[in-house]
Design a protein around this ligand. Structure first.
Ligand SMILES: *[C@@H]1O[C@H](CO)[C@@H](O)[C@H](O)[C@H]1NC(C)=O
Ligand SMILES: *[C@@H]1O[C@H](CO)[C@@H](O)[C@H](O)[C@H]1NC(C)=O
Ligand SMILES: *[C@@H]1O[C@H](CO)[C@@H](O)[C@H](O)[C@H]1NC(C)=O
Length: 251
């Protein structure tokens, strides 16, 4: 079939318009993260794109979207290499230290991180106790790799807590967690207070029952109460822990 030139041009124009629409969606879906040194623990696939030189954030983003578990991708411009990962990565993730098992990319993007997140990787973080093998920094390091689990957990006791100092008075719209082992989040209260004494604070959210393991979990708090210290508290006998946390303030 021979299409008249006019229609052919219109058709090409339509393809270009659709392509731009897809690119806009892509950049809205993934957020650039600060870190670019990546541990291979969560690597699910590598791919060299034929279109090196094109916008690799779009090309690699499209590849990532073809995998159900791909939440994070990075690229190396010189080789057109896309590395795809299963990691939950917050926008504030600073990257891994360079080791033999890490690679430095030109840029990395995440579909999980929320640009509004105010938990810094060095936000003051306190807790009632710390279980051996888990480390406090893993709760706020901006990174959760579920194939090589790194998470924070208290010891198994009653009245367990962990607390993030937001360092400024804040109203909290949502708390987004990546959960760890089953049972680390169970019947948990979310409390906002003006001092580190959370007994004087206000309950702004709660997880009733057991949160699912190794998955993102959002607690909508939508509170009009302001406070500086955000505390997770479980009264019953058990652990309290998670692999990652983000706090989204009210706009
Ligand atoms: C991707 O490439 C790196 C570096 O060569 C390698 O260590 C990693 O195992 C690769 N990932 C997969 C899923 O093949
Ligand atoms: C924190 O202090 C402010 C100002 O006094 C007050 O409005 C707010 O209710 C307090 N927040 C909590 C959780 O007590
Ligand atoms: C929280 O607040 C936002 C904005 O005010 C609103 O759109 C949303 O529906 C609220 N969500 C809940 C669960 O109350």
């Amino acid at each position: 079939m021979q299409l008249p030139k006019y229609f052919m041009n219109k058709f090409l124009l339509l393809i270009i318009v659709l392509d731009c629409a897809a690119s806009a969606k892509m950049s809205g879906h993934f957020y650039k993260v600060q870190g670019n040194v990546v541990d291979y623990g969560c690597s699910m696939s590598n791919s060299t794109t034929a279109e090196a030189g094109l916008d690799l954030s779009i090309t690699c983003g499209s590849l990532c979207q073809r995998y159900v578990n791909c939440r994070f991708f990075c690229f190396i411009k010189s080789t057109g290499l896309c590395g795809m990962f299963t990691a939950y990565v917050a926008v504030r993730w600073p990257g891994h230290p360079a080791f033999a098992s890490t690679t430095t990319y030109d840029a990395c993007y995440t579909s999980w991180g929320d640009p509004r997140d105010i938990v810094k990787t060095n936000s003051p973080f306190t807790y009632s106790s710390n279980e051996m093998g888990s480390y406090p920094k893993y709760g706020t390091d901006g990174y959760a790799c579920l194939t090589t689990p790194a998470y924070f957990s208290t010891l198994m006791t009653t009245n367990t807590f962990s607390q993030i100092d937001l360092e400024q008075t804040t109203r909290v719209q949502a708390v987004i967690l990546v959960t760890a082992w089953i049972g680390l989040i169970q019947d948990m209260d979310v409390i906002l207070s003006n001092t580190s004494d959370y007994n004087l604070g206000q309950k702004i959210g709660r997880v009733n029952g057991i949160a699912p393991a190794w998955s993102p979990y959002t607690i909508v708090t939508n509170t009009s109460t302001a406070g500086r210290y955000l505390t997770f508290f479980t009264a019953m006998y058990g652990f309290l822990g998670f692999a990652e946390v983000q706090v989204i303030p009210q706009p």
